[in-house]
Design a protein around this ligand. Structure first.
Ligand SMILES: [Zn+2]
Ligand SMILES: [Zn+2]
Length: 146
């Protein structure tokens, strides 16, 4: 599934993009892309930044993460289970232009009937984490703490 708003580069780590290029789109869940498109176009209506490594920035692990990504390796190295939705192409972290993450979460919750799929939002963090794991609560939006 393609997005008019988000490039593949922005949604995967550099490790994955270097190996698969645009083909890395296959690792991204269609439900995530549909959700991001709706949030960007119909709910927040503002630019959202996920990774920016391709623009010279330092963010590389805000979309799909692979086993070579530092965040993932750090968990593996100490023997910890790590099943983040970022590993399965089902999550992004982002900043939204002109609003705080908390304000973005509030707006998404207010407009939740527009969402094409149930989502989870991470609570209490300064970035907007959105994922499409089944929240199991029968709710359109489920807030969780990592
Ligand atoms: Zn990686
Ligand atoms: Zn996240």
């Amino acid at each position: 599934m393609k997005s008019d708003f988000f490039s593949v580069k922005e949604l995967v780590c550099k490790h994955v993009y270097d190996r698969y290029g645009e083909g890395a789109a296959m690792f991204l869940d269609d439900k995530l892309i549909a959700t991001l498109n709706t949030i960007r176009e119909k709910i927040l209506c503002a630019p959202m930044t996920v990774n920016n490594w391709h623009l010279g920035g330092s963010f590389t692990q805000r979309g799909l993460r692979c086993n070579l990504c530092a965040l993932v390796k750090s968990k593996t190295d100490i023997g910890r289970l790590y099943l983040s939705a970022h590993l399965l192409g089902k999550a992004v972290d982002c900043n939204v232009e002109g609003m705080t993450a908390e304000e973005a979460r509030r707006r998404i919750i207010e407009a939740q009937e527009l969402l094409p799929h149930p989502i989870r939002l991470e609570d209490g963090v300064s970035w907007l984490h959105i994922d499409v794991y089944n929240n199991g609560k029968g709710k359109k939006v489920y807030r969780f703490k990592a």
